[in-house]
Design a protein around this ligand. Sequence first.
Ligand code: AHG
Ligand code: MN
Ligand code: MN
Ligand code: MN
Length: 335
Amino acid sequence: MTRRVSLTRYLVEQQRMDGRIPPQLRLLLEVVARACKRISFAVNKGELGDVMGTAGSENVQGEVQKKLDIIANETLIEANEWGGHLAAMASEEMEGIYVVPNRYPQGEYLLMFDPLDGSSNIDINASIGTIFSVLKKPEGHPGVHDNDFMQPGSSQVAAGYCIYGPQTTLVLTVGDGVSMFTLDREQGSFVLVEENVTIPEDTKEFAINMSNMRHWDEPIKRYVDECLAGKEGPRGKDFNMRWVAAMVADVHRILCRGGIFMYPWDKREPQKAGKLRLMYEANPMSWLIEQAGGAATNGRQRILDIQPTQLHERVSVVLGSKNEVERVTKYHTEA
Ligand code: AHG
Ligand code: MN
Ligand code: MN
Ligand code: MN
């Protein structure tokens, strides 16, 4: 009989083997997974569960909030605030940090999340997800401040996402490769389906929102033009294109079969920041991609090396198959 390894067992074994997961981090990851399970069930109910449509409010990014953005945010907070493993949380859907209330013990970790990624897919019954990133609170001072979150992605101690698609799958790294767990809805537990996920170094598939083409900077234009030129062009091969409009789904495809994903800044933004958020989208996804043998840059610099200065900081993202990401980065640095 094949050995069925639940997420719980996997985390316990990781803790035992080399202490990579301290007990408090193990608890944290269990709780995040439990929250994702709850979100998955809410997503599944759809129109039958009063979870569709907009909530009539805006988040700090100026985006209209969907009901599920708020439900997912609250589910993650409620699940995580009382366990004693966290000091504070930060989210795309909250303006400031959420410090664990005094009535609960304070832990040593910081949790960041994009509670519901791919919001525009909710109402069309297409894949969405939850992205999360875990940091350790710096020592040496009582309480917790915004500044404690200003750590580069290379300081993450755990990161992952849960995709709510035809299957609900949790993808996780604690710095020792990438593992995937699919939700067994009858048993109610996540079951290991793949370990040591690896992304091929080369690819013939790119993902970018082409409707922004006229606003792109030259290096991105050059890269995509060369892909579109196909066999007859300088790349000497035909490329395919995909765009799910949910970063979780586009990154999941890349972890499954390779590819390159780009959400670059464009000329409409003088700040030269992109659309995606550094702390709870770019950093966790970049670490997963690197752990699977891929690369992630903002066009010029490794994303995980960026020193954040703001909670809701945005960044250009180029990630996926190593050789393609290096090519795009080269086009930027040569320009
Ligand atoms: P969110 O739903 O959390 O705000 O994130 C949406 C992001 C990301 O998931 C996706 O890659 C991108 O927005 C899609 O943007 P376009 O609508 O511009 O294609
Ligand atoms: Mn949003
Ligand atoms: Mn998102
Ligand atoms: Mn979101």
